[in-house]
Design a binder for this molecule. Structure first.
Ligand SMILES: *C/C=C(C)/C=C/C=C(C)/C=C/C1=C(C)CCCC1(C)C
Length: 246
């Protein structure tokens, strides 16, 4: 029996009934892994020019899946928020989501500098968020405001800036549609994160007692898988059209 309980302690991280946060760490992990396989396999179905986009979609969910594997364990073992893993994950995946925008507009004259601008905004957003959560939590609101400035930079680029302009000038309805949908994810889906952040002690929503990880986990699943599906469906539509006219 001893060995059985040892095994269960190393294998099954201790998920208790009613632990909604732990539940979302598990389902987050599994759904990200499934999405990665899906995007990778479906790559073979789309035209060559869309293959990099689908690969990036798959990498985004795969990187998240690996981090969820560790975050889930750390949360279940200690009950603590896996802040470091969370921000390492975001530092890798959010820039890749910026690359996703760039890959869509690149064939129509989208510039590398536009991609770097998006990445620079995301660095501001994530570094300030990390400092506010892990290094200087007594100034959590100040760091949240700085982080939000970076976030609004990305919203601006996707709504009115270069990303939007190049997409609109493109000859591809799929690219126009995909950029618009990704932008909607940025405006609505990404806005869930600051709500989680504000549930920290000393921040505006602390009194709600909402769990920051629960909110981050739900937002991650919506945004990372959602981004991938937008690109996937644009790629499938464009591929079907080019087959029909060939
Ligand atoms: C896959 C991970 C994604 C899309 C993560 C996105 C994260 C954000 C949009 C975080 C934003 C934050 C603010 C706008 C202010 C408070 C601090 C953050 C970092 C939670």
């Amino acid at each position: 029996m001893e060995s059985v309980s040892y095994l269960s302690s190393i294998l099954a991280a201790n998920l208790q009934p009613g632990d909604a946060v732990g539940f979302t760490f598990f389902t987050g992990y599994m759904s990200m892994l499934a999405a990665s396989i899906f995007f990778l396999v479906e790559r073979s179905q789309v035209d060559a020019k869309w293959k990099t986009s689908l690969l990036v979609s798959s990498l985004i969910t795969f990187i998240a899946a690996v981090h969820y594997f560790y975050m889930r364990d750390l949360y279940l073992e200690t009950g603590e928020s896996p802040t470091q893993y969370r921000y390492i994950d975001w530092t890798l995946t959010v820039p890749l989501m910026c690359v996703e925008f760039y890959l869509l507009i690149k064939p129509f004259g989208g510039k590398v500098s536009t991609m770097w601008k998006l990445i620079a905004y995301s660095v501001v957003m994530l570094v300030a968020g990390y400092v506010g959560e892990a290094i200087d939590p007594s100034n959590t609101i100040l760091w949240g405001v700085i982080s939000t400035a970076g976030y609004l930079g990305i919203v601006y680029e996707a709504t009115m800036g270069d990303v939007k302009k190049v997409a609109d000038a493109s000859s591809s309805p799929e690219v126009v549609g995909a950029v618009r949908l990704l932008r909607n994810f940025v405006i609505v889906g990404w806005a869930i994160y600051p709500i989680g952040y504000m549930c920290m002690e000393g921040n505006l929503l602390a009194s709600t007692g909402w769990n920051l990880d629960l909110i981050y986990n739900i937002a991650d699943a919506i945004n990372k898988i959602g981004f991938g599906l937008v690109v996937y469906s644009a790629a499938m539509t464009a591929t079907a059209k080019s087959k029909a006219t060939a």
